[in-house]
Design a protein around this ligand. Structure first.
Ligand SMILES: Nc1ncnc2c1ncn2[C@@H]1O[C@H](COP(=O)(O)OP(=O)(O)OC[C@H]2O[C@@H]([n+]3cccc(C(=O)O)c3)[C@H](O)[C@@H]2O)[C@@H](O)[C@H]1O
Ligand SMILES: Nc1ncnc2c1ncn2[C@@H]1O[C@H](COP(=O)(O)OP(=O)(O)OP(=O)(O)O)[C@@H](O)[C@H]1O
Ligand SMILES: NC(=O)CC[C@H](N)C(=O)O
Length: 547
């Protein structure tokens, strides 16, 4: 049996576009002699379709799409993920299903048993879990057909009481197929491979794992679909962050790629994050119908990295950098920013903000008489910049890219309605220390991020001689504590037990907790870690904590 894996970039709710891609893949698989073509979890409709799954019209379109696909599956079979209405009258209104289509109609509907509701996942909101599990048969092969999380109950401690593979293994499957929607995070890939290898080895059967590729606002799918042999050895890995279609022959319990398979090197974190952010920016723009971006360029590292990524993702001709010096801006603020403009080839404008800051301060003079200048006036500068950038967005149809990094977002080091403005947080899940690594990687072949931008001490330049280190611990230390608190979800006591200074840990945790109100108003952030701010870290806003 020849099996094609179609790793596609879907557009949530864009049925026309998804249908064309699926039709093309079915045709391509047929041309290559495939007997079966496989598409990802909830390929019909897209993942995560969220509350669109509550719309009858959306579900009708999903059903219509399945009918169209079935018509194309006369001389080829197909497995595809789709939401399916629950007609049992019990439980949630939908199943998250894998449809097995052959001879022009849906032959079997397999329901997902384990529904993730942690981190960014919210499947119990919509779907009823499967109660029973059984293999499907096709061309004399017994296939354990599973849907993403169905394979994930092997961690200790176990997340669920059931393990669908325990039932499926009793039928001695010839192959395990897993259709997935497994979002990228740089620290998720090893875990994913370990889960798949364990199943191939336990079942002693080859495993075909098919993932989505493409970004949907914050969530980025990396593709990297995986083929394992019955010993759990990796036979092939499909393209990273790109669409791909590959064919494999399944014969006598062995799966053989029908193409050259170059050796796969274990990927490094920084190049992966770089690729993920490019795809995140590109898909946000293309799927929302925008072409051009605007960025406030300060001469600092964060805006330089965001501007460089935007130039690479969208083309420098589609990026406008706005330089907005104030009286507190150093000379190098403008010269470093101009160097980046020169290195990337993007457009730029220089708008000094002092006249506007003076006008604000004069306007407030009477109201604030007798009160010493403080953060208020500093924040006015950040808000003038935010206002000007949004004016560019409004007048010229640009999208404003936000430049806050994860360290700042964590401790609330940013001004509401000022530098926190923007449609998409490009590096909001990248700690400051990782931003430097990203800058080094962007410069790997030629100088893009100016050398001086990289070596100078970070500063908000909102008052004379200001440095980030005046108000924050050194970033190496700050990021190490933040990682333990946010990604590893450790308590203050546990972090202190790791050897960090007690006062520092309490201070950092208190800053993080107190800044929840800011993150509620922040733009969506491209998720590249296992714990990003946004949907995957849900905290109460009005509450008394730390506990
Ligand atoms: N729990 C709560 N729920 C809802 N709102 C709450 C709140 N607590 C305070 N607030 C409101 O928020 C206001 C304070 O927030 P906000 O106005 O943003 O200002 P604030 O946090 O006081 O100051 C901004 C901070 O960000 C730093 N910054 C600014 C710009 C750029 C950079 C950089 O280098 O990246 C750093 C700056 O140095 C300063 O430390 C309060 O006046 C209050 O109105
Ligand atoms: N002089 C400026 N000209 C243009 N934009 C600015 C300027 N100063 C700040 N910004 C915008 O506000 C954001 C916050 O910048 P700020 O300099 O306060 O600290 P930062 O977070 O360290 O960022 P960066 O490393 O980009 O300077 C910047 O990333 C930039 O988008
Ligand atoms: N769609 C899913 O079931 C995804 C959950 C899974 N554990 C993953 O991230 O790979």
């Amino acid at each position: 049996m020849i099996i094609a894996l179609a790793q596609l970039n879907y557009h949530i709710g864009n049925f026309g576009c998804n249908q064309s891609a699926i039709t093309w893949a079915i045709q391509d698989a047929k041309n290559r002699g495939a007997d079966l073509v496989i598409f990802a979890e909830l390929a019909i409709g897209g993942y995560p379709a969220k509350d669109l799954l509550r719309s009858g019209a959306f579900l009708d379109q999903c059903e219509a799409a399945v009918v169209e696909i079935a018509k194309q599956c006369q001389d080829i079979a197909c497995i595809i993920g789709a939401p399916v209405r629950n007609t049992t009258g019990k439980g949630k209104p939908l199943f998250n299903a894998a449809l097995f289509i052959a001879e022009g109609k849906v032959q079997r509907v397999v329901h997902k048993g384990l529904l993730p509701d942690y981190d960014v996942f919210d499947e119990y909101r919509y779907f009823q879990p499967a109660e029973t599990f059984g293999c499907i048969r096709y061309k004399e092969q017994t296939i354990a057909l599973t849907i993403c999380e169905d394979l994930w109950n092997i961690a200790t401690p176990k997340l669920y009481r059931r393990n669908p593979m325990d039932a499926l293994r009793e039928e001695n499957p010839d192959i395990i197929i897993n259709i997935a929607a497994s979002p990228f995070s740089y620290n998720h890939l090893r875990e994913r491979m370990a889960v798949l290898v364990a199943h191939a080895q336990q079942t002693q059967a080859p495993l075909l794992y098919l993932n989505h590729v493409g970004a949907h606002t914050d969530i980025i799918f990396d593709g990297r679909s995986i083929v394992l042999d019955a010993a759990g050895e990796c036979v092939d890995m499909m393209a990273s962050f790109e669409e791909d279609l590959k064919c494999y022959e399944l014969k006598d319990g062995t799966v053989t790629p029908l193409h050259e398979t170059p050796a796969v090197q274990p990927p490094l974190d920084t190049p992966l994050i770089h690729q993920a952010l490019l795809l995140g920016i590109r898909d946000y723009f293309s799927k929302s119908g925008f072409k051009k971006a605007v960025v406030g360029l300060s001469g600092g590292i964060d805006s330089a990295v965001v501007a460089a990524l935007a130039c690479e993702a969208l083309g420098p001709e589609n990026v406008m950098a706005v330089l907005m010096p104030s009286v507190y801006s150093s000379d190098h603020s403008v010269t470093d920013a101009l160097d980046l403009v020169h290195n990337t080839g993007c457009h730029h404008e220089i708008i000094p903000i002092q006249p506007m800051a003076d006008a604000f301060n004069q306007g407030l003079e009477r109201s604030f008489s007798g009160l010493a200048p403080d953060l208020t006036e500093e924040n006015i500068q950040a808000r003038i910049r935010g206002t000007l950038l949004m004016a560019f967005a409004n007048k010229r149809g640009y999208i404003l890219l936000n430049t806050s990094n994860k360290s700042e977002a964590a401790v609330g080091y940013g001004t509401l309605y000022g530098d926190m403005a923007g449609a998409l947080g490009v590096i909001g899940d990248v700690y400051k220390t990782q931003v430097y690594k990203l800058a080094g990687y962007i410069n790997r072949e030629r100088l893009v991020i100016p050398e001086h931008t990289i070596i100078k001490p970070p500063s908000a330049e909102l008052r004379p001689g200001q440095k980030d280190s005046d108000s924050l611990p050194e970033y190496e230390l700050l990021d190490a504590v933040l990682f333990q608190y946010i990604e590893n979800e450790k308590s203050a006591a546990q972090i202190i037990a790791l050897g960090f200074d007690e006062d520092l840990v309490h201070r950092v945790i208190s800053l993080v907790d107190k800044a929840e109100f800011k993150r509620f108003q922040a733009p969506p952030i491209l998720r590249v870690s296992s714990k990003a701010f946004g949907a995957g870290r849900s905290m109460p806003l009005v509450a008394r904590y730390p506990l």
